[in-house]
Design a protein around this ligand. Structure first.
Ligand code: GUN
Length: 285
């Protein structure tokens, strides 16, 4: 039996999707604009194919135009760059997303930097990262943005709280830490070289974890009444989907916890739609 409250993302994401749908209708009626998202998908990684399908389905749900450019594993960097440049110029495309990870022979940073920052709905371009760190208006990476919206929905104000972010990736951990810092939390960032992870998590009022390791965060690593946000998505051999937190035991002692699935996951896609709509609203001409 869990004692804490669930920070569910499904109902909130459904609510956001409904709002977007209404906004798309008026954008179409008043300005003849249909938001457009282009996705570049390289290779055969099954998880990436699943995520891209979800993104495309979400676009259909809110009546966005979307196109997926599927490319083989051995595609050249130049070919990917050419496709991005074409999408940068395409007036019907408001958002460009390159599904990560890319194959090893491709320089990911170089590719992401080709995306027009005004169409960078994933918020991975250095221009947008810099603006996020500075607390300026920008495209914010969807998963960290989704976490902030989820906390807001449940009236959790992180101001003055000690937050431990576990995972320091460019797409999750680092922007997550920036958003929390901008919201006046005291932020600790842990990663693979952290000497004693438990020492950090145990002190935190809020633990946010996104590294892709089932059961990384166990009950002894979390203080009583902490808020636990699990960004991890891992498929076990049994086929079961779990996060990075030992949900069964951690939920006995924390105050709030996100379930996996149904927590942060649905929020990520809702934020991608929001970012694409935001870009479409700024369409020139
Ligand atoms: N791979 C894992 N998460 C993401 C994401 O949010 N965006 C992109 N483009 N690729 C990912």
């Amino acid at each position: 039996m869990q004692n804490c409250l669930l920070l569910g993302g499904k109902a909130l994401s459904d609510k956001i999707v409904e709002t977007i749908k209404t906004e798309v209708l008026s954008l179409k009626k008043e300005k003849a604009i249909i938001p457009g998202l282009a996705v570049i998908l390289v290779g055969n990684d099954p998880a990436s194919h699943t995520y891209v399908k979800r993104k495309k389905d979400a676009c259909s749900k809110v009546d966005f135009y979307s196109i997926v450019h599927e490319m083989p594993e051995d595609i050249s960097e130049d070919k990917i760059i050419q496709t991005i440049e074409m999408m940068n110029k395409n007036p019907n495309i408001d958002g460009i997303l390159v599904q990560l990870p890319l194959p090893k022979h491709i320089n990911t940073t170089k590719i992401l930097e080709v995306i027009d920052p005004k169409k960078d709905v994933d918020g991975f371009h250095a221009y947008n990262i810099g603006r996020v760190v500075s607390g300026l208006d920008s495209f914010v990476p969807c998963t960290p943005l989704g976490v902030m919206r989820l906390l807001e929905e449940y009236k959790i104000d992180v101001k003055g709280l000690d937050v431990c972010v576990v995972g320091a990736s460019n797409i999750v951990g680092k922007p997550m830490a920036s958003l929390l810092l901008n919201a006046h939390a005291t932020v600790d960032i842990c990663h693979i070289y952290t000497k004693d992870l438990k020492e950090h998590t145990k002190r935190a009022d809020v633990v946010v974890v996104g590294v892709g390791k089932p059961n990384l965060i166990t009950a002894d690593m979390v203080k009583d009444g902490a808020i636990v946000v699990d960004i991890g998505i891992n498929r076990l051999e049994s086929g079961k989907l779990v996060g990075d937190v030992d949900f069964e035991n951690v939920s006995q002692k924390c105050s709030y916890i996100t379930p996996v699935p149904g927590g942060v996951g649905p929020m990520t896609i809702a934020m991608l739609l929001e970012n694409t709509l935001k870009s479409a609203k700024k369409r020139e001409g």
